[in-house]
Structures are given as C-alpha cells and as structure tokens.
Write a protein that binds this ligand. Structure first.
Ligand SMILES: N[C@@H](CCC(=O)N[C@@H](CSS)C(=O)NCC(=O)O)C(=O)O
Ligand SMILES: [Fe+2]
Length: 288
C-alpha cells in the first residue's frame, strides 16, 4: 500500500481506490490524502460505543481515535430522534465528530445525519454511491474512510437494498484487533435484512454475505444496524455456524426470504424519501 501525505495534519480523509487498480481488481489503495502521525498500541486507540434507539430497534455506533490529539470521531447509522443524546456523548467524551454515515437508505427510521450537519459545522455525511442518495461523500467498494490513524474499509453488500455497504475496521498491523464489521441490515445476528423492497434481491444478499462478510477472519465482531431479540454483538464464525438463514444453501435461503411474511416498516413512506436526502426533507419542510 502506498500512502502519500499530500495534505499534512488532516484529521479525516477519504481515499478512493484508483481506477486502474479497481479495473484490475486490486484491493490495495493509494492514499491521496492522509493524516501523518506516529502509530501507537492499536487496542488503546479505538473508543467504541454501541447506542440503541428503542422504537426502531436501531443501533448507532460511535467510533473515535482517542490517541489522536483531536480525537476524531464518526457515527454510523444515527437516528434523528437520538441526535441530542449522541451529540451530548460526543461532547462529554471530548471528541471531534467528523463523519455521520449510513450503511444504507433506511426504511424504518429517519437518519440523523442531516440534523447532525446542521448542529455540528464541518461534519460530512457519507453513504454509498450505489444508494443514489444525497451525502457529502459517496463511497464505493474498497474505499477507506480515515478518522485519525484508524480507518474503515467499505465493502459493498447489496441485497437488502441496492446500495447497502458494510464498514469494516482496518486490517493493517496498527489497526484494532479483532476487526469489527458494521453490517447494516445485510447481516443481522442470527438473521439478515429482508429483500422485498428498495431493490432487494435474495440472490444478491446471499452472495454479498458469503463473499464480503463470511470471508473476514472468524473472530471479526458483527455489529448490525438492528436487533429485535436482545442481541448486541456476534462474530463471523458464530454466524457461519448458527445463522438460521445464511447457513443454508442458496435455494433454501431464497425460499426462506420469500416466506418471511413481514409487514412493511411503519415509517417506510416517510423514511425512504427523507433518507434519500440525508434525512433533511423534514427539516426543509420546517424551514430549517
Ligand atoms: N417492524 C419494523 C420493521 C421490521 C423490519 O422490517 N426490519 C427490517 C430492517 S429495517 S429496513 C428487516 O430487514 N428485518 C428482517 C427481519 O427478519 O426481521 C417497523 O415497523 O419499523
Ligand atoms: Fe434497512
């Protein structure tokens, strides 16, 4: 991996894989911007919090590089109703929030990313390019999102929606171990996201999970966007053994997904259009 420090002392930077490398299917990256500093004990660097929103059973994750003087932080899948809680925590912990990001266009709640941007100047919103929704940074498979010396790798995991991504902590020697995968609704603990709306496809989801998540080290921690049964965390190894849907062959999986008989999320008609614009639709209606 080649890192070029063209922009010194940048706390957050986003690196896209060069087109040539992408075309050749390489997974290495050339950093066009990065923060240059010394690397310390990785396990001491990452601050991690799992937060919960009860109405939609959504997990929001706070990650920060606390070894860095600025303590740069990011929020994954914030919910609009819990923005005050999340930002109070960020403040109490002395963190500098730089990114508010989504794993996909949620159908069951309104994202907090747009609201966060109005409250914390400088925060950039992130979502996948494939989602075709609005955000400051549109990421693709293989991109790296730096916060201080730590980073998240973007893995495209479509199937629940066309634009679903999984964010995985880095695999370099200076990055935290075990790895952590923020799977959104692609992989839930002992379950997975439904595939009956938003361009969902069970064939695609099956392949996404098997090729992009089950290929991670078995001790990789799985942190989903939702849990409806009281679980908080799993591992790749555990889901490969016990997931009642994804341990099956693809035909059985398709059959399971076609017969879930779930009612549509209560907020789908409000949430999807709002989330296509970072959750800001409601705010613009109120003149914000
Ligand atoms: N009852 C909830 C919606 C529940 C639901 O559909 N959850 C989604 C993830 S949010 S898009 C899902 O994929 N569930 C899979 C499953 O097996 O439960 C509401 O009304 O909001
Ligand atoms: Fe979803």
């Amino acid at each position: 991996m080649l890192r070029l420090s063209l922009a010194p002392l940048r706390v957050g930077s986003f690196s896209a894989m060069p087109a040539m490398a992408k075309a050749r299917g390489f997974r290495s990256h050339r950093m066009v911007k990065c923060y240059s500093t010394s690397f310390g004990q990785s396990s001491k660097k990452l601050l991690f919090r799992q937060l919960f929103e009860q109405e939609s059973s959504t997990y929001t994750y706070l990650l920060a590089d606390v070894s860095h003087p600025d303590k740069p932080a990011l929020l994954i899948d914030p919910v609009d109703k819990k923005v005050e809680r999340d930002l109070s925590l960020v403040k109490e912990l002395g963190l500098k929030l730089i990114y508010a990001m989504n794993t996909h266009v949620h159908a069951d709640h309104v994202t907090g990313t747009g609201l966060i941007k109005t409250k914390v100047p400088g925060v950039k919103s992130i979502i996948s390019k494939m989602s075709k929704s609005k955000a400051d940074l549109l990421v693709e498979n293989g991109d790296k999102i730096y916060f201080g010396d730590l980073y998240l790798e973007v893995r495209a995991t479509p199937g629940h929606t066309i634009g679903c991504v999984t964010y995985v902590t880095g695999d370099a020697p200076d990055q935290p171990e075990p790895r952590m995968a923020f799977t959104g609704d692609a992989l839930l603990i002992r379950g997975c996201g439904r595939t009956d709306f938003q361009g969902g496809c069970s064939h695609q989801l099956y392949n996404s999970v098997h090729s992009q998540i089950f290929t991670l080290p078995k001790d990789t921690l799985i942190y989903p966007a939702h849990d409806y049964k009281g679980f908080t965390v799993s591992t790749v190894g555990e889901e490969m053994l016990y997931n009642p849907r994804l341990t099956k062959d693809e035909e059985t999986f398709k059959d399971i997904m076609e017969n879930l008989n779930l009612s549509y999320p209560k907020m789908i008609d409000l949430a999807v259009p709002a989330n296509m614009v970072c959750g800001l639709q409601d705010l613009s209606a109120k003149g914000a």
